[in-house]
Write a protein that binds this ligand. Structure first.
Ligand SMILES: NC(=O)c1ccc[n+]([C@@H]2O[C@H](COP(=O)([O-])OP(=O)(O)OC[C@H]3O[C@@H](n4cnc5c(N)ncnc54)[C@H](OP(=O)(O)O)[C@@H]3O)[C@@H](O)[C@H]2O)c1
Length: 328
């Protein structure tokens, strides 16, 4: 039987999640797609790390060797930073390989170019995992955008910040104590800068903006603040007034201009994001016909993120199979 040959770029939290998901859901995917999905190559950076990867899978530090794999059809990209991810995916598309990425830093900057290149080469470029991890916000927006216009998006897009603010409020602890707790629980990296400075949420905001409004605001004009300046005294006072600090990404049009901010704000109980606590992410969308709705769920983590990537794969091949049936 023919197989869908796939390669993983990166074998960290997300890469391992995709590897596991493809193994544990092998039969389900085979039933859906009519073909097995086989991982044939893995790109990593450090050749000396010990890895739990089947011995028949090709492991390399050289991307050019991944591109040489005969019949390679799909690449899952889960490495970090704008480069070399962008260059790797561009080259993959030029070879007709479908690409699925989780790399928000790269996609916020180069998503538009990659999607354009994908169109040129008739290749799918999927990025559900870049924004709010397992929460299916990208596919939901694509679906409703067929008819609706998006008027506003507000989101809690960083689980680490949300966890810290929740702990500061519920347990009356300082920012530093809450951050340490997040690190002990595995919700924050050893270097948490990208989460607590708001940069991680900023990248996701730009990706949502491009999809929902067809453009991004000028990056330097977006008001960007993290949560590091919020004190336990401020949280306590807010709590006494039944208000909560939430780190919120906000995008909307005003007089034809796109406005965006990514910063902590005080919200009331009536706000749809008020009850979203802990590491969850949530996105509230206001759409012209549908009105307002909110999606809530795990915004990161090995399996939720892998779920988004494997769902992208399933989408690509179910659409392809449908097109094939129509052409017969
Ligand atoms: N973690 C999450 O929950 C989550 C959720 C959504 C999106 N993401 C995004 O997914 C991507 C991966 O995140 P992660 O948490 O899995 O990161 P990670 O645990 O740090 O793993 C990164 C992997 O990429 C490899 N790598 C890094 N630079 C490379 C290079 N230049 N060439 C080849 N391989 C390289 C590393 O190789 P070595 O193993 O050799 O070091 C490692 O296997 C990031 O872009 C992140 O923003 C993560």
């Amino acid at each position: 039987m023919a197989k869908i040959k796939a390669a993983l770029l990166g074998y960290g939290t997300v890469g391992q999640g995709v590897y596991t998901a493809l193994k544990t859901h092998r039969q389900r995917l085979k039933g859906l797609l009519g073909e097995e999905v086989e991982i044939v190559g893995v790109l990593i950076k450090d050749p000396h790390k010990r890895r739990d990867i089947d011995s028949n899978i090709f492991i390399t530090t050289e991307f050019k060797d991944i591109l040489k794999i005969p019949g390679l059809q799909v690449i899952f990209e889960a490495i970090v930073g704008e480069e070399p991810g962008y260059t790797y995916l561009r080259r993959a598309i030029e070879k007709g390989i479908q690409v699925i990425t989780a790399n928000k830093v790269m996609f916020a900057r180069y998503g538009k170019e990659l999607l354009q290149k994908g169109k040129e080469y008739d290749v799918s470029v999927r990025y559900e995992a870049t924004t709010a991890g397992g929460v299916p916000i990208i596919r939901t927006l694509k679906q409703i955008l067929q008819v609706n216009k998006i008027e506003r998006i507000q989101g809690i897009l960083n689980g680490t910040s949300n966890f810290i603010l929740t702990e500061m409020r519920n347990n009356e602890i300082s920012f530093d104590e809450a951050l340490k707790l997040a690190q002990r629980n595995g919700y924050a990296e050893e270097n948490p800068t990208s989460d607590i400075s708001g940069k991680d949420a900023f990248c996701k905001t730009m990706i949502l903006s491009e999809l929902a409004f067809g453009k991004q605001p000028i990056w330097s004009e977006v008001e960007l603040q993290g949560i590091t300046a919020i004190t336990s005294e401020q949280v306590k006072q807010a709590s006494q007034r039944n208000l909560k600090y939430k780190h919120i990404a906000d995008i909307y049009q005003e007089n034809g201009d796109l406005k965006a901010s990514v910063k902590p704000i005080l919200i009331e109980e009536s706000h749809p994001l008020y009850s979203v606590d802990g590491v969850d992410n949530a996105i509230t969308v206001e759409a012209s016909l549908l009105g307002r709705f909110t999606l809530i769920g795990p915004g990161a983590g090995k399996l939720p993120t892998a779920s988004a990537m494997v769902e992208d794969l399933a989408d690509i091949y179910t659409v392809k199979n449908r097109q094939l049936q129509l052409s017969i």
